[in-house]
Ligand binder design. Structure first.
Ligand code: SME
Length: 156
């Protein structure tokens, strides 16, 4: 099970050492992927407000063709359009889904945000159906908040 507090601690250490969001985003993805065997594909998308698209920043797992996703498209784009995290128990049961890998059964998207301002999202796919719970969302949200803190600091 993912321990969000431990990852947040490591991310804060990177911040204290002066590392920028690029390093934090890569570290977060690697640590999340290692934390739980259900997390088959883990990536971060950043929101490009000018283009109204999500751009893939970094990931661990099978290569994906979805490097850019328009807001409103797929589970990822829906999260931004609705400004809400998404948990999809069975991806084969929804229409607005962008398939990366035929083995994927469930997906979670947790937004990286400061209030209403969306910076991006953590996206995880699992080959298990119903792999994600509110507990995953809680741990991932703690990590997303720390990432948002650094991204916001760089935009000031
Ligand atoms: N399944 C996502 C697309 C991204 S891949 O999972 C890497 C979606 O429906 O938005």
């Amino acid at each position: 099970m993912l321990d969000g507090t431990a990852v947040v601690h490591d991310l804060q250490k990177l911040r204290d050492e002066g590392h920028l969001s690029d390093a934090l985003l890569r570290t977060a993805v690697k640590q999340i992927n290692k934390a739980d065997p259900r997390y088959d594909w883990v990536g971060v998308y950043l929101f490009n407000a000018d283009k109204d698209e999500l751009w893939l920043h970094n990931y661990v797992g099978a290569p994906t063709e979805h490097a850019k996703i328009p807001v409103g498209t797929g589970v990822c784009g829906t999260a931004v359009a609705e400004k809400a995290n998404q948990i999809v128990d069975d991806v084969t049961a929804i229409d607005n889904y962008l398939a990366c890998d035929p083995d994927v059964r469930s997906e979670i998207v947790v937004l990286i945000r400061a209030g209403d301002e969306i910076f991006g999202q953590i996206d995880i796919d699992s080959s298990e159906e119903k792999a994600f719970t509110e507990e995953d969302e809680k741990e991932l949200s703690a990590i997303a908040d720390k990432l948002a803190e650094q991204i916001a600091a760089e935009r000031r």
